[in-house]
Design a protein around this ligand. Sequence first.
Ligand SMILES: Cc1ncc(COP(=O)(O)O)c(C=O)c1O
Length: 357
Amino acid sequence: MNIRHWVRPEIQEMAGYTPGEQPDAARPLIKLNTNENPFPPPPPVLQAWIDSLDFNRLRLYPEPSSRPVREAAAAAYGVDATHIVVGNGSDDLLTILLRTFVAPGETVAVPEPTYSLYRSLAQIQGGRFVGIPWAADGGLPLAGLLASQPKMVIIARPNAPTGHVIPLDSVAELCQQTSGVVVLDEAYVDFADDNGMPLLQEQKNLIIIRTFSKSMAMAGMRIGLAFCPPALAEQMHKVRDSYNVNRLSQEMAVAALNHLASYQPILQTIRRERHDLTIALRHRGFQVTESQANFVLARVPAGHGRGKDWLEALREAGILVRYFGDDPGLSDHLRITIGRPEEMAQLIEAIDRLLQP
Ligand SMILES: Cc1ncc(COP(=O)(O)O)c(C=O)c1O
């Protein structure tokens, strides 16, 4: 008997998802590698958390379907709570979606490059994963996606790691033309100009997922929301862990949803810093994709080393960025999370030092 005998072939064969590094607190690094929010949650949210803190309640299991969160989200986003499923982060929702809709052997199609967890989750589920390159102009490769006869198509909008968005009309067209379900991953949508929520009314095979990890500065609490027709939500509730969102996270999510407007100044600052960083990098010879997320994808200037060299040199300078060395087409790219203004200034100073002959 050995491991090959025990472990499912799909798991043995897959590489497994590699999350971005979470450095230990001993060395203060400027952390621009996992698209967290560089600002603390706004004061009204922090105050509501402090006011609601009661450790004695942690004896009790949380509400199984996160009903308080669904109700607060329903009020905040103008939908009914029956249209919402809450996850332990949106990664949990992605797992639930794959398990609910994709049987072993069925196809999950995605435009690539994109969030590589989609591939890992499809593999775990025993699904057939098909990656279709984005169109040359960044548009949706509709024909290629449909030709793969997908049971599920997943689109990140804004996409990671590029930060670009496709027109919402393309999403609607995909929903109408595929016989499968369409998952619109809106992890970064609060930094974008528009969102897909209006599509939910017409498209019965559309599921939108959101996260509190980015715009709402709660990556450590692990909260995500799925919006979809109630008939689909009902099936997803059967699949999720019975208590998939812990009590503390539920309470904190409710407080955040009750003060949604208070996040606006943070979001505006991040958008402004994104604009300034894009210009500053382009000015220094980087090719930067137009981003609507809280990060930019930058191709390093020719003649100044490879992407990996930049990753290491910036790390030496105390700045952590994300590098996707193994992904085709991304070996000279860095993904840089938008940080606080002073962090962006230090990044540019470090880049200027590295560019000196
Ligand atoms: C496109 C995309 N979707 C989902 C996630 C996962 O977010 P969460 O923290 O909610 O699991 C990420 C995180 O980096 C992401 O980039």
